[in-house]
Design a protein around this ligand. Structure first.
Ligand SMILES: NC(=O)c1ccc[n+]([C@@H]2O[C@H](COP(=O)([O-])OP(=O)(O)OC[C@H]3O[C@@H](n4cnc5c(N)ncnc54)[C@H](O)[C@@H]3O)[C@@H](O)[C@H]2O)c1
Length: 331
């Protein structure tokens, strides 16, 4: 069995990171959890229910500060790396963001691991590494890999750095190409966006693209299960896994679920389509991930895409509304 021991979570105050903290603090074999986060999109409030836990150490820091990162990483065995710019469209106005807040951060993480002796990394990659391959169902060995966003390019560069460090410096790395992840404490995403828009105008909902974009939406606990399951079962020094549901849902179907839950009567809301086949430049309208590889290790997804969307919208509606207000002011 591959033990986690003392775990360092880069980006642990964010959406997915805070769910890792919840799980790891109750996981046998975990002796301590350190969250390292600059709170750019994460929030201490996502961890406040663990305030009294002696196993959790929260460090506010930026991964671009190499010395501080290295000091914080001392004495850790496993690194879960989740820190990156979460907003794919942001590169349209800030073209360097995915290098500075993506590729470079992963390089700093790998260097800190090499120097401190942390031996295993579990990395949040994404389906964006594959580029736009239409209806083709993609397996992990698909090629050529031609991302169409700097976000996808940065995730691919991160995977490449991890692979290289694993071979050159005898580290172990598992990379996970997640579908769209949903659940409570989401800081972005289509369901989150629709709730924010409907709260501010319950009469009209603008949908980016033509609404026919069709992807897998996976519930956050299924993602945590996949990563921790693979960590335990997979022996290779480097491996990549797609992590997705077996089904897909369109953006218009998600809008209907959101309207039903936020407004109640879908006839009252005018749907306004911005047009074009994709939500924004760099968006991949159709994503089909084959998940046979991780299933062969024994992992199974609990929720379908529509169940995951419905559950996450219910849960987001119960979370502090100031999160959505914050989102609005940040575009
Ligand atoms: N949510 C999804 O649908 C999804 C899908 C595929 C991949 N991913 C990847 O999973 C990871 C986590 O995503 P998330 O949805 O939880 O996003 P998130 O924005 O909620 O979490 C990212 C965390 O990293 C922190 N961070 C960012 N830059 C940092 C820096 N320079 N130094 C220290 N901390 C920094 C943020 O404050 C935040 O807490 C990301 O890398 C994301 O690209 C997410």
């Amino acid at each position: 069995m591959n033990m986690l021991n003392k775990v360092f979570i880069a980006g642990g105050a964010g959406f997915i990171g805070s769910h890792f903290v919840d799980r790891l603090l109750t996981q046998p074999g975990v002796t301590g959890v350190t969250v390292y986060d600059n709170l750019s999109s994460g929030q201490l409030a996502y961890l406040s229910h663990h305030q009294s836990s002696s196993k959790l150490n929260v460090i506010e820091g930026d991964i671009s500060d190499k010395e501080h990162l290295q000091r914080a990483m001392e004495q850790h065995h496993t690194v879960i790396h989740l820190a990156s710019n979460p907003d794919i469209a942001k590169a349209l106005t800030e073209p360097s963001i995915d290098f500075d807040q993506g590729t470079l951060l992963t390089h700093n993480i790998m260097e800190a691991m090499r120097i401190t002796g942390a031996s295993k990394i579990l990395y949040a990659s994404g389906s964006g590494i594959y580029g736009d391959v239409g209806m083709h169902e993609i397996t992990e060995d698909h090629g050529p890999l031609l991302p169409i966003s700097t976000y996808g390019a940065s995730k691919l560069a991160g995977e490449a750095l991890i692979s290289a460090y694993c071979y050159m410096f005898d580290l172990k790395g598992l990379v996970f190409r997640f579908a769209n992840v949903v659940g409570p404490r989401q800081t972005h995403g289509v369901g989150f966006d629709f709730i924010a828009k409907l709260k501010s105008n319950p009469n009209e909902l603008t949908i980016l693209g033509d609404g026919r974009q069709s992807k897998s939406y996976i519930y956050v606990s299924d993602v945590i299960n996949a990563v921790l399951w693979a960590n335990e079962k997979v022996q290779e020094s480097f491996a990549a896994f797609n992590v997705a549901t077996d089904d897909y849902i369109t953006v218009t179907e998600i809008a209907k679920i959101a309207i039903d839950k936020v407004v109640g009567d879908s006839n009252k809301v005018k749907l306004d389509y911005a047009g074009g086949s994709r939500g924004w430049k760099g968006d991949i309208p159709v994503v089909r991930l084959n998940t046979e590889k991780i299933k062969r290790s024994g992992w199974r997804c609990q929720y379908s895409s529509s169940q995951a969307i419905a559950k996450s919208i219910d849960e987001m509606l119960n979370q502090d509304f100031s999160v959505f207000e914050h989102h609005k002011t940040n575009g």
